[in-house]
Design a protein around this ligand. Structure first.
Ligand SMILES: NC(=O)c1ccc[n+]([C@@H]2O[C@H](COP(=O)([O-])OP(=O)(O)OC[C@H]3O[C@@H](n4cnc5c(N)ncnc54)[C@H](O)[C@@H]3O)[C@@H](O)[C@H]2O)c1
Length: 225
């Protein structure tokens, strides 16, 4: 798959603006959404700054990309081929947001989460179409670390996984496919009884120009920071 014609990023805090800048630089129309009008306003500057950094480091670019700042979730996700959720790391909140995403997006829209450690299957639980939910874990800052972990849930379609890997590679990032290993959910539950916000993964590279661009398959080794 190539870059989605239209994508939405839900949550415009630390991660959202940089993610939106990468997708827009690749030629896509991006709708950036946040529940806070103040955050959304601030995100204009953050997205612009990220775009300038991408320009300075000579990141691959395609014409036609844009970012719109949209306070209404239904409007933001309507017509999107890909939605990336980047709201705070709380399972109840993510479930609430995904219920809204399912309600307002088209049936074929890929619903991705930037969660750092919540099992994808847990986020997708209770949805009518959990097969289109997938983890797409960017590193911070998202416009400078060209690697994204792809984590299918128990019910994620293979086709959805392949499409997300294709999107990531289309904007020149490395896709690292990881597994929700058996026992991962139980391990996560044990962790959440002692820690509020489990984190995962160490990026394989920290600065964009030093990174490789091939995809590889890995294993989700740990749900802790
Ligand atoms: N910050 C990091 O270094 C980092 C790195 C990788 C992954 N992540 C993950 O990315 C996700 C977002 O992290 P962040 O650091 O950007 O969080 P953040 O707190 O900086 O931003 C989250 C934004 O979501 C908004 N929000 C809350 N509820 C919302 C809703 N219902 N609809 C729309 N917007 C809503 C908030 O107003 C806030 O602006 C988390 O799952 C986190 O674990 C963070």
């Amino acid at each position: 798959m190539t870059i989605p014609r239209v994508s939405a990023v839900v949550g415009a805090g630390t991660m959202g603006p940089g993610m939106a800048a990468v997708l827009a630089r690749s030629g896509g129309r991006v709708m950036l959404n946040d529940i806070s009008a103040e955050v959304l306003e601030r995100a204009r500057g953050a997205a612009e700054l990220a775009a300038q950094v991408l320009e300075r480091v000579g990141a691959p670019a395609q014409p036609g990309g844009s970012i719109s700042f949209e306070a209404d979730l239904a409007t933001a996700v309507s017509g999107a081929d890909l939605v990336v959720e980047a709201v705070p790391e709380r399972i109840e909140l993510k479930r609430e947001v995904f219920a809204q995403l399912e309600k307002h997006s088209a049936a074929g829209t890929i619903l991705a989460t930037n969660t750092s450690g919540i099992p994808i299957s847990e986020i997708a639980k209770g949805l009518r179409h959990p097969q289109r939910v997938i983890g797409m874990h960017w590193s911070n800052p998202p416009h400078l670390i060209p690697m994204i972990e792809v984590v299918p849930g128990e019910q994620t379609d293979d086709d959805v996984r392949a499409r997300v890997v294709g999107i990531i590679e289309a904007f020149g990032y490395e896709a690292v496919v990881e597994k929700e290993v058996p026992g991962f959910v139980e391990k996560w539950r044990a962790l959440t009884s002692t820690r509020a916000s489990p984190r995962t993964s160490t990026p394989t590279c920290l600065i964009r120009p030093r990174c490789r661009s091939s995809s590889r398959t890995g294993r989700r080794a740990s749900s802790s920071a």
